[in-house]
Design a protein around this ligand. Structure first.
Ligand SMILES: C[S@@+](CC[C@H](N)C(=O)[O-])C[C@H]1O[C@@H](n2cnc3c(N)ncnc32)[C@H](O)[C@@H]1O
Length: 328
């Protein structure tokens, strides 16, 4: 996937104003800091305007891809739904707002909560490039999201790559606040690592206990069948722009972002038979699929002998839905 043209242009314009060498140095520092989880300054990952530009050039495309891919599951499993209001919590430069407004262009009001003034300033500058009034006029609120925030419920609430930055003991209260302010659908996205998945799994248990229903990715509201030796995550490929490659010298023209996520709703989405939770293993004579189903995790083998099913199964990818009326 590619970033929307308006967002790409906005980031490129901001990057062009900076020294490539300086941003490249900051990208190296920041990526190390995010990789190890050790903040650069007094518990914070961002120290300056330049850090935000570095973040936008090396992380924003990947987190955009993860958000876009996650919310696309809502389109598939709750197709009639059209949110009018969005709240992006721990918004950074407004990544989730851009992804959401690409999918639902009729959004009317967007609220973004963020503590970092540098992120807010930069996010506002990017917003000006959007053709959508809701994005241009989005309401940015500077606040600490681990405290009480006084915002009325929004149809869609998203917290993307945020839980991992909060103290663990604040997590439960934070998730409760997110849910209390969710009109219908809450989306939480974390890095696709064992630790990221554990946070998603815990959030899912907490939300189901309060009556939330799964839209995606799980095909049920039952306890997660994955054992501790594995973690449920997905992958989205995203193109890197020329400037992005300049600040991450010599790297590929794309990256594969791994993420874990959940979309929970007050009403529930369509029931499905299963979800492909690994890259399908396509061999000459057969295809092997690892699925999560309401009956637990399964391994299915489709042989070439079953011509039609084999042909259809070749289109399945990691994250594909198996519908109730599908043959599999
Ligand atoms: C990794 S960034 C993710 C930004 C954006 N959601 C995305 O997906 O690109 C995490 C964001 O959460 C914000 N954040 C972390 N702790 C926060 C807090 N206690 N209150 C408000 N924002 C916070 C950070 O400032 C940062 O902008």
């Amino acid at each position: 996937m590619e970033l929307p043209l308006h967002l790409l242009t906005a980031i490129d314009h901001e990057l062009e104003k900076q020294s490539t060498h300086k941003i490249a140095t900051l990208v190296t520092e920041l990526s190390e800091s995010y990789r190890t989880g050790i903040p650069l300054n007094k518990g914070k990952f961002i120290r300056s305007h330049e850090d935000v530009i570095a973040y936008a050039s090396f992380r924003l495309p990947a987190t955009f891809a993860a958000v876009y891919s996650s919310i696309s599951h809502i389109k598939e499993r709750y197709p009639q739904w059209n949110p009018k209001t969005l709240m992006d919590v721990g918004a950074g430069p407004g990544t989730a707002m851009w992804a959401t407004s690409t999918l639902w262009t009729a959004l009317e009001h967007i609220t973004l909560l963020e503590q970092e003034e540098y992120m807010i300033d930069f996010g506002k500058r990017l917003s000006a490039y959007s053709p959508l009034t809701a994005v241009q006029k989005a309401e940015w609120i500077k606040t600490d999201i681990t405290k009480q925030w006084d915002v009325s419920p929004h149809d869609l609430v998203i917290a993307s790559y945020v839980l991992n930055e909060l103290p663990q003991d604040k997590s439960e209260k934070f998730i409760k606040q997110l849910w209390d302010r969710t009109g219908d659908v809450l989306v939480i996205i974390e890095p696709g690592t064992p630790a990221g998945f554990l946070r998603i799994k815990k959030a899912r248990e907490q939300l189901i206990a309060t009556g939330a229903k799964t839209i995606a990715p799980c095909p049920h509201d039952l306890p997660c069948p994955m054992d501790n030796s594995d973690w449920c995550h997905f992958s989205q490929r995203v193109a890197r722009s020329r400037l992005h490659r300049n600040v991450k010298a010599g790297e590929l023209s794309y990256e594969d972002e791994k993420f874990s996520f959940l979309c929970m709703s007050r009403t529930g989405g369509k029931a499905i038979k299963g979800l492909v939770i690994r890259h399908p293993q396509v061999r000459k004579g057969h295809i092997q699929l690892k699925l999560c189903t309401p009956n637990g995790l399964t391994n299915s083998m489709i042989t070439r002998k079953d011509k039609d099913l084999f042909k259809k199964s070749r289109d399945l990818t990691w994250g594909s839905i198996i519908n109730n009326n599908d043959e599999l």
